[in-house]
Ligand binder design. Structure first.
Ligand SMILES: NC(=O)c1ccc[n+]([C@@H]2O[C@H](COP(=O)([O-])OP(=O)(O)OC[C@H]3O[C@@H](n4cnc5c(N)ncnc54)[C@H](OP(=O)(O)O)[C@@H]3O)[C@@H](O)[C@H]2O)c1
Length: 286
């Protein structure tokens, strides 16, 4: 039996922004289908404030969540921002209704959206701006060219990508420095393992979305239910702790509209298991 190794709780994003690795995803604080206002906006603001109280200083959002609603709620709830709190946003996905998404990567559109994000988040600079999707109709060099200009103007600090494969990351890195990649990934869905390996090798943050598989992994009677009980943890906690353990560049951003789930998810930082125990858990998740 191996002993549990100490896991770093922080990560230096882009080499200069030290953040706590366990963040918060602000997609679940808006209306159904990531569309419109939430049923209880004050609850959304409370969840955001509680996350910061609990030490979260990395909050992920996007112009498309609502659209505009998640960024606006963050601006309302968290300003003036506590020192060290970093908001990561995204642009490049448009909305046509609940659950509908279309990429648009034209330079003039991305520029407008960066300006809108700054306004709603009440910021003068975006610490991390991520291209939500590469638009197949616009060369990525053109999309990122506009972002590079905004970076040179001081409106964006660091740039990341979302839902990309290794060759796309390499293509983008020829245009601009890429500090993060946000792809769908969790203990039960490891299709992007090669991207995790690439990011680990190049010290690029890997931000897994769907870290608790939208609650699916947490379903009672699911594959990890028994093993979580044996370790006195919930399945969500085990799934998040596994991500923290799996690579030092992984920054999980669990999303929730519930203070109870938020508090439970934050406690996953305290789950500490040996390599042998993690190997058993990975086998159970297959
Ligand atoms: N880049 C992209 O394309 C992309 C796509 C999707 C999401 N994201 C980002 O990634 C973040 C995380 O993704 P996600 O929100 O889709 O997936 P997730 O964090 O895996 O799952 C969130 C869902 O799980 C439930 N949940 C959370 N904690 C729980 C717990 N402890 N017990 C039981 N259920 C729990 C939440 O419901 P309750 O509200 O009831 O807790 C919510 O419905 C988003 O918030 C967003 O910032 C990015």
């Amino acid at each position: 039996m191996t002993t549990a190794a100490a896991i770093s709780k922080s990560f230096g994003l882009g080499g200069d922004l030290e953040i706590n690795r366990l963040g918060f995803g602000a997609m679940r604080i808006v209306g159904e289908g990531v569309w419109g206002e939430p049923k209880d906006p004050e609850n959304s603001r409370k969840v955001l404030r509680r996350a910061v109280e609990l030490g979260v200083n990395f909050i992920d959002t996007a112009d498309a969540y609502g659209p505009d609603v998640s960024e606006r709620l963050i601006g309302e709830a968290l300003t003036p921002y506590r020192d060290g709190v970093m908001i990561a946003t995204k642009g490049g996905l448009t909305r046509q209704g609940p659950g509908k998404w279309q990429p648009v990567g034209r330079p003039e559109y991305l520029t407008q959206q960066v300006e809108m994000s700054l306004r709603l988040l009440k910021l003068e600079r975006l610490d991390l701006w991520q291209l939500h999707r590469i638009d197949p109709k616009t060369p990525v060099e053109e999309s990122l060219g506009a972002i590079k200009e905004l970076q040179q103007q001081g409106k964006i600090r660091h740039v990341g990508l979302s839902e990309v494969k290794v060759p796309e990351i390499e293509q983008a890195r020829k245009v601009i420095d890429i500090v993060s990649v946000q792809n769908k990934y969790n203990i039960g869905d490891r299709a992007h393992e090669d991207v995790v390996e690439y990011c680990t090798k190049h010290d690029i943050a890997f931000i897994p979305w769907f870290p608790v598989a939208a609650g699916e992994l947490a379903r009672p009677g699911g594959k990890l239910d028994k093993v979580a009980k044996a370790h006195d943890a919930t399945v969500s906690q085990l799934s998040l702790a596994w991500l923290l353990h799996h690579s030092p560049v992984i920054l999980p951003i669990p999303g929730t509209s519930s203070i109870e789930h938020l508090e439970e998810n934050i406690r996953s930082q305290d789950v500490s298991l040996s390599d042998d125990e993690w190997a058993e858990i990975e086998a159970a998740a297959k």
